[in-house]
Design a binder for this molecule. Sequence first.
Ligand code: MN
Ligand code: MN
Length: 455
Amino acid sequence: MKTVWEKYDAKKIKKVMTFSEEYKTFLDHAKTEREAVDASIALAEKAGFKEFRDPKKVKAGDRYYFNNRGKSLALFVIGENKLEDGMNILGAHIDSPRIDLKQNPLYEDNGLVLMDTHYYGGIKKYQWVALPLAIHGVVCKKDGKTIKVVIGEDEKDPVVKISDLLIHLSRDQLQKTGSKVVEGEDLNALVGSIPVKREEKEEPVKKNILKILKEDYDIEEEDFISAELELVPSGKARDLGLDRSMVMAYGHDDRICAFTSLMAILETKDPDRTSACILTDKEEIGSVGATGAQSAFFENCVAELLEKADSLTGLKLRHCLERSFMLSSDVSAGFDPNYPSVNEPKNAAYLGKGISFNKFTGSGGKGGSSDATPEYIAKIRRILDDKKIVYQFSELGKVDQGGGGTIAYILANKNMDVIDAGIAVQNMHAPYEVASKGDIYEAYQAYKVFLEEMA
Ligand code: MN
Ligand code: MN
């Protein structure tokens, strides 16, 4: 199978490159789930979406978004057809693996001040040391004020870092297995070394850091209790490759599918079936909690729309969900020539070969996966082929090599047709991941076709 680059002419390549610039800008402003929600709302409002605030009537053509605690988002473009006839839904997650600060993070040790952390999501911990990290998140004060924090992105900002052991003294460390080389409790970020006053006896360096936090950010030590602060790789998304064909960045998983899905729904106008886009939180830790895909949030949004479009009954809500079609969009494992043995080449996802569908995910004999029906896949093939979208079908690695899950099964549990559709990524869950600009563009096109044509 050819890559997209063999199919594109110069004009198309220019379009693909321009779209990737928009994506890179989004990534630079969306390094946490909260920032992703804020950035998405800004784009949605420009595209005529309004926050759903109990309108008198919901009618065809209306564009609404629902914001769940600033951490997950659902967007809708109301169709001509009745809601109970089902929707075309795009879903992606906006949380990414990272290092969270603990609720009591600050301590001083031998004249250095560190912040203790608890990692979030599946990471190879040894990849997150010895690189510049930025602090992103919020601190919620008792008086109801929320302080937004971004430290370490501006060139003039300081950064923090988690140390690794020098090679010269690593004889014992290097005998350990990969999962133990750097242990979870050793992920402590270095944040300071100047004492507040020379005569100060007790934790003088920590006192100085607290003074800076108070003066510069109005943050006191107890405020960390009601804070959500995330350490993420500092810096911007970059072009990768001398031909600039790829993007290397933090958080492709899964903001790459979130951005492309978002752009697809923002460009949707007057659909027959209602279009929906779910940007969800907590996928990396099991889609749990109020802002995860398992929450009642999305179903509640649909109930609100039904009530105002027509009338809400339990049966109509169930019909709406089970007559819906969904693309659960998440990244797939991109074939890596450095590690070919983990893939079965006929069923691997390749960078540059278009949007990547997984009929199923899971592990150990498809365990835990939502397995899309061939009838549904045939419909998808038809609409994508009609519009000349470049796509591939793949599995996440060789049988019994490992595996992974997505939000697909959660929506499928509402008895709707769902398939995993995403973008092949190299280095998944590393501080910097890699994706092909061609695949980003094909995914965006595929999502648009799905919203418009799926019926
Ligand atoms: Mn993912
Ligand atoms: Mn992931």
